[in-house]
Structures are given as structure tokens and as C-alpha cells.
Design a protein around this ligand. Structure first.
Ligand SMILES: [Zn+2]
Length: 753
């Protein structure tokens, strides 16, 4: 609370003194004159992106299936390359060879108590013209599942999360030697077979429950946008969060021709048990054949069956074999050299590969990227000269698990550590509210951009629409107060699941991940029905949000590329780290309270008293109450960080009036320091047991996958009851924050001289 008051005060005192004649404040990191010029160029930019172009790019890129290694994937890469060149950009394709398994044998059958063979097939729909491209479609499967041939009783495990297995323990049910069936969602899919294997299961099925993305929510495709009974969610189950994303055979290094490769046996990130995704059409007979206890209330879906847990009597046979082939991934890279600071890079990417036709994922994000590139090409011809170098990247191989971006990042790691200032990612786009995720040093910057973008439906600014929709959804008066009073809206911390992972988590490059979403229900994710027909009937069919995304990201790229001083800010950042520290303290005290209470209930006989002998349950085990942890090193470091951040913001404000291009040399040193500010948040040794992940503040969760764990080594230490480790990690995080404060202080000094 106190710090926000300070923020508001500084805004009120400083910004008006820098106001332009028109009353517009100077952009952060810009001199008044440069700010004016920048705004003129940005206004020109935002007038150009054209929805009809976006539609044509989508029609072209999604016309045929274009997964890794397919003919049309390569064709698309070459087409994108030709467009970049046509628009005047210096572009090339960079190719890596990666392990990409495709199915050879897929069998799923129930052998007891009745016989049933799963269809494992998404049929063509006559009204949808690309759904019949059977010879080019990848079958439904989970990439990087191991081969396997298993027969066992079936157990229903809800979403297959660690807490679901605790419930199963209470029901007295073990999955040892069983095949589990889990629902999609509520975690990244690869977590489900991982946790199942840790509990002794020998196979895993994942199905799309109609309650989550089927008929419960809206009409099913092709009448509506939702998943039909045969629709299947393909997807990767590579265990990237415990090991690393990218090619499983070249962890940590680029998959170039001469790279040393592991054997398939040595690869750490394959699943431990065979996994297969299925439709609810195929899942229903299996679930209907389960007996045993009723599933807990909140596990049940909306199929017209009683949801039992098992085990059995349904017994299933699952047989999977894959072609373990190497395939090329083709990244398309375009470059606009910087005029003043060519060795400072702003990088912007979206993937171009899909599981099948992929109109929504990824083309609805790739099309705006192309329109930005075309527009920047036009501005260059009109005389715009970006100060920094801009790199546009159309990644390949994102779907199998960030192959193209990770291999590129690993190949160019040294250059990127030196030169990369910011990476901006998108991955698909729909209608609705601007979703802003990223490094908190970019929070103030991103708020500034969102204030300059018009929301196409409401004509409010994108920023206002985010603020008002968050107020509508806020759960407490405190949250609403913050939304009304804090200068900047908070941006989300980033987990993983898309191409920023290598940039942020491995190298420590400040990152943004952007997209519009929230208004359209969809049940076609990773199916053959995610195509041009679906998108142009059920999503942003007039492409006005595609244009808004081009405007949002294009403005961000230009503003970052042209600023005299990189517009990073540390006040919001320090405030966020403070918030995470408080959350961690609450996490441990909640845990203590929960275990104390449960132990007391065990003493009181609560579990015995509530036992229904016809539906027996098992009392939980008594646990030791977690120890208190010493957060003092982190608390001290965060307070110092907040002071450094305030001093830097003040110094930048003071200096802003006298910034100009003649100071290029002194600004160079300052910008070099600022570029390292995210790098300083990494640690060479990485996180415990996963050294590829080097960022000390953000990481995907080992048991959440895409979901972020902030201050991950401390948070996961507590969650996984590794308290001694959590306490050591508090010290390591504190040291990281101290180093960050020192860097900010040195930047402040440079500004003041
Ligand atoms: Zn995607």
C-alpha cells in the first residue's frame, strides 16, 4: 500500500513537467523530441495493418496440415521467407534436426467385462473443406510417449494431479499396475502420465471431457465451436519442466548437424509410461464399465453415466509404437539492422507449425506477426530508422515442445546473452481482453503501450478494458481498490508452454507474451477442426482483433527499438517481488495450520466418526508440522531492491529532459547495463535438479507444467515438503536480488553523471 502511494506521487510530480504541448507525456526512456517523433511513427504504423491481409495469410498458411516434417510445413516456411524478402527484410531459414516421433501402431481396446475397440479417428465433416485431408493429417497421439504394450484394470483419476492421488489414497485405491484415465486440463497434459507413473501406473489415457470443452459449454462442431464426440486433443507429453524443452537428444545445445546427440535410451524428457489421448466418444464406454466407489462430486463430468473410480472391472489393452525419426525444423528469421545501436536486439516471435491445419493455433498469431513485418517494411521505405536491431522469427516445431525456438536459443546463446534486450512472443489470438504476461521490469512499459491501443469492440483503450474487466471479476474490495489506484495494471508472471521459455528461463532475457482472449469458447484445440472454417465462423472472423494484436505488438517493438534508454522500470518489479515474498510466507504458515488441524482431527476421532461402513475411506496419515523458515535475507533484499528501484526511476525522470542522441556513447553503457538486468536474475547452477532453468524468479512448475511457479526453488521446496532446501534457496534468491540492486544502482549512477 505504501509503495503505491509513492508511485502515484512521483507520477503526479514528475510527468507533468515533461509534458508536451499537446499534453501528452514523454514516453519513458525518450527525450521530449524523440518521444514526439516516435509517436508520429507509431501512429503511422497503427493505421496500416489490414484485416483482409490477415484473413488471406490465414487462408494460405492453414490450407493444409503443416506439422513438423510435413511437406506443407516446409512450404509455409518458404512462403513466409518470400514474404519477408518481398517486404524488404533481410531474411533466411535456419534449420535444425530434431527427434520427432510419429505413430506407427495405436491400439486401445477394452477386453473385460465387455469388448470395445476405440476408434481413435476424427472424421471429416462435409461442410468443413479441409477436414478431409486425411493423407496429410497426423493421427491422434501424444508426442514423446514411449512405446508400450500394456493390459491392466482401469482407474479414473480425475485430472491426474498430485492432489487427486491423495483423494484416491483416502478412498483406499491404488493405481499400482493399473492404466489410468485422466481428464484433460487443470494442468499441462504431460503432468498426468508423469504423476501416474510416480504412483505406479503402467499406462495413461487422457480424454476430453464434455464438461470442459464439449457440449456442456456450447453446441459442438460444426454446429458450434465446441469439441464433438470424436474430437481429440493431440499434444506433447515431453517432460520439459523437469528436464528441458527442445530436442530431447541435444539438451542444452543447438541441434546442429555436428551436435553430440544422446541415444534414445539416454533421453531424459520422454514419458515414463505409454500415453494416448482419446475423444469422449471413445472414453465413454470405458468409463461406463468402471465400478468401485463413486468418484468425488467435483470429479464427475457431464457424460450420462455414473462416474465410478474403479479399479476395473474394465480391463484395457493399450499398444503404442512410434517411428523415432529425426525431422527438420525450419525457423524463418528476418532482421532489420539498428541505426544507432545495432548490437542491441529486440526479438519478436510466433510459431508457424501446427498439429494439423492450426488456424487458431498458431496462425491467428502468425498472421498478425506477418502484417507487422509488412508494415515495418513500409515504414522503413518512408524513412523510419529503428535505433536498435529488430529480429522477426517464425518458429517451427513449437507444438512438439518448443523445438525451433529452443534450438535457436541454444545455438545462439552467447550472442543472445550479449545482445538480446527483449523478446516478445505471441501464440494464437482470439477476441476479447488483452492478456499481458512478462518480466515485471516491463510492466510499466506494457501498461504504456496498452494505453495507446484502441479495443476494436468497445473503442475504449485496451488498457481501460483490461482494468474494467478486472474490476468486474475482482474478488475483494482490496483488489478493486488496487485496480483503481495502482498506476500500472499487474502483468502475469510467465510459466511456459510457448516459445518464450528458452529466452526467459534459460538465458534471462526480459520477455513479454501477449494476446487477446476471453470472448470465444473453443473445443477444437489440437484437432483437425482447428482450421480456416472454424476460425472464420466461431472466432475473430472479421480479424479486428488480429489487427489489434498487430498494433499492440508492433507498437511495443518500435517503442522498445527506438528508446534512447531501454524502458525498463524496477519499481513495479520490486513491488511484485515483495508480493511473492509475502505469498511464500503465507504458504508455509497455511501449511502449518492445515497439518496442525488435521492432526487434531485425527486425535479427536473425526475420521472414525464420519466413516460410512458401506463406503469405507482411509484416514489420512499424521504428519509433522512444517518448521518455520527464515525469510529475513529475502525481506532485507527486497527492501533494498525497492529503494534502488525508486532511485533509478527518479534519476531517469530527472535525466529525461536532457536526453539526446549526441549522448549515444554514454547511453550505450547504460543500455548495456540495463540489458543485463534480467540476466542478473539467473543463476548459472540453475534450479535444484533442473539446471537448464536458470531464472530464480520464474519457472514452469514441475507439477503444473505451463503454470508458473514464482520464486520457484523456494515455492516448490515448500510445496514438496523439502523445507531444508527451501531455506537454503531463500538465501540464494536473496543474493540474486542483491546483485540486481547493485546493477540498478550502477545504472542510476550512469544516469546521474
Ligand atoms: Zn501454439
Amino acid at each position: 500500500m505504501r509503495r503505491w502511494a509513492t508511485v502515484v506521487l512521483i507520477f503526479n510530480l514528475i510527468i507533468p513537467s515533461l509534458s508536451l504541448a499537446a499534453g501528452e507525456p514523454a514516453l519513458v526512456g525518450y527525450s521530449i523530441r524523440a518521444s514526439q517523433t516516435e509517436r508520429e511513427w507509431e501512429t503511422k504504423f497503427r493505421a496500416i495493418p489490414d484485416p483482409s491481409n490477415l484473413k488471406e495469410y490465414m487462408r494460405r498458411l492453414s490450407a493444409r496440415p503443416h506439422h513438423v516434417g510435413s511437406p506443407y510445413d516446409k512450404d509455409n516456411a518458404e512462403w513466409i521467407l518470400a514474404r519477408f524478402k518481398e517486404w524488404g527484410l533481410d531474411a533466411h531459414i535456419e534449420t535444425f534436426d530434431v527427434l520427432f516421433p510419429t505413430p506407427k501402431i495405436r491400439v486401445l481396446e477394452m477386453i473385460e467385462p465387455t469388448k470395445f475397440t476405440a476408434k481413435l479417428e476424427e472424421p471429416a465433416v462435409s461442410i468443413d473443406p479441409t477436414s478431409n485431408q486425411k493423407s496429410e493429417q497426423l493421427p491422434t497421439y501424444n508426442a514423446y510417449s514411449i512405446d508400450g504394450d500394456v493390459t491392466a484394470p482401469l482407474v479414473f483419476v480425475n485430472y491426474g494431479l498430485p492432489e487427486d492421488y491423495e483423494k484416491l489414497d483416502r478412498l483406499g485405491i491404488s493405481v499400482k499396475g493399473a492404466i489410468v484415465i485422466a481428464k484433460y486440463y487443470h494442468s499441462w497434459r504431460g503432468v498426468k502420465p508423469k504423476v501416474a507413473a510416480e504412483h505406479g501406473a503402467i499406462g495413461c489415457l487422457i480424454y476430453s471431457e464434455p464438461h470442459d470443452d464439449g457440449y456442456t459449454r456450447d453446441a459442438v462442431f460444426p454446429q458450434g465451436p465446441m469439441r464433438n464426440p470424436d474430437g481429440v486433443q493431440r499434444g506433447s507429453v515431453m517432460d520439459f519442466a523437469s528436464a528441458s524443452p527442445g530436442d530431447p537428444l541435444t539438451p542444452g545445445v543447438g541441434a546442429t548437424p555436428n551436435a553430440k546427440r544422446l541415444s534414445l535410451k539416454e533421453a531424459k524428457s520422454l514419458s515414463k509410461i505409454p500415453v494416448l489421448p482419446i475423444s469422449y466418444g471413445d472414453a465413454q464406454p470405458l468409463l461406463a464399465a468402471l465400478k468401485g466407489p463413486m468418484a468425488p462430486d467435483d470429479w464427475r463430468g457431464t457424460l450420462s453415466i455414473p462416474y465410478h473410480v474403479g479399479p476395473g472391472p474394465a480391463k484395457v489393452h493399450l499398444k503404442l509404437e512410434f517411428n523415432w525419426d529425426s525431422k527438420p525444423v525450419n525457423d524463418v528469421i528476418a532482421k532489420i539492422p539498428g541505426s544507432v545501436a545495432p548490437d542491441e536486439w529486440i526479438i519478436r516471435g510466433n510459431h508457424h507449425d501446427a498439429w494439423v491445419n492450426g488456424a487458431e493455433d498458431p496462425v491467428s498469431g502468425q498472421a498478425p506477426l506477418l502484417e507487422e513485418a509488412r508494415t515495418l517494411g513500409l515504414l522503413l521505405k518512408q524513412g523510419w530508422k529503428p535505433r536498435r536491431t529488430i529480429i522477426y522469427a517464425a518458429w517451427d516445431g513449437e507444438e512438439p515442445m518448443l523445438l525451433g525456438s529452443t534450438e535457436w536459443v541454444e545455438t545462439h546463446a552467447d550472442e543472445l546473452r550479449q545482445h538480446a534486450a527483449v523478446y516478445i512472443n505471441t501464440d494464437g489470438n482470439d477476441r476479447g481482453i488483452l492478456e499481458m504476461g512478462g518480466s515485471h521490469t516491463l510492466e510499466q512499459f506494457m501498461n504504456g503501450v496498452a494505453r495507446d491501443i484502441e479495443d476494436p469492440e468497445t473503442k475504449l483503450t485496451a488498457w481501460q478494458r483490461v482494468q474494467l474487466s478486472r474490476i468486474a471479476e475482482a474478488k475483494s474490495a482490496d483488489d478493486r481498490k488496487e485496480l483503481r489506484q495502482r498506476a500500472d495494471l499487474r502483468i502475469n508472471a510467465l510459466g511456459s508452454g510457448t516459445d518464450f521459455t528458452g529466452f526467459l528461463d534459460h538465458l534471462g532475457i526480459a520477455t513479454l507474451d501477449l494476446g487477446y482472449a476471453g470472448e470465444d469458447e473453443q473445443g477444437i484445440y489440437h484437432s483437425i477442426y482447428d482450421d480456416f472454417y472454424w476460425y472464420t465462423h466461431f472466432s475473430d472472423y472479421d480479424f479486428i482483433y488480429g489487427r489489434a494484436l498487430s498494433q499492440t505488438v508492433g507498437t511495443s517493438v518500435m517503442r522498445l527499438a527506438d528508446a534512447e534508454v531501454l524502458p525498463l522500470d524496477f519499481v513495479d518489479f520490486a513491488d511484485t517481488v515483495q508480493k511473492y515474498t509475502t505469498e511464500l510466507q503465507k504458504l508455509i504458515s497455511d501449511k502449518q495450520e492445515e497439518i496442525r488441524e488435521r492432526n487434531q482431527e485425527l486425535d479427536e476421532g473425526v475420521f472414525k466418526a464420519t466413516l460410512d461402513p458401506r463406503r469405507p475411506t482411509v484416514a489420512p496419515a499424521r504428519e509433522e508440522v512444517p518448521p518455520h523458515l527464515n525469510f529475513a535475507p529475502m525481506q532485507n533484499a527486497v527492501e533494498a531492491l525497492a529503494r534502488s528501484a525508486e532511485r533509478y526511476r527518479q534519476a531517469l525522470s530527472n535525466r529525461q529532459a536532457t536526453l539526446d542522441d549526441n549522448q549515444a556513447e554514454s547511453l550505450r553503457a547504460l543500455n548495456q547495463a540495463l540489458m543485463q538486468s534480467e540476466r542478473k536474475l539467473t543463476n548459472d547452477d540453475g534450479l535444484p535438479r533442473r539446471p537448464w532453468y536458470k531464472h530464480m524468479l520464474y519457472a514452469p512448475g514441475v507439477y503444473s507444467g505451463y503454470g508458473v511457479k514464482t520464486i520457484p526453488s523456494v515455492r516448490e521446496g515448500i510445496e514438496q515438503k523439502n523445507y531444508a532446501e527451501a531455506e537454503q534457496e531463500i538465501v540464494r534468491v536473496a543474493k540474486t536480488l542483491e546483485a540486481e540492486s547493485a546493477l540498478i544502482d550502477s545504472a542510476t549512477q550512469m544516469l546521474s553523471h
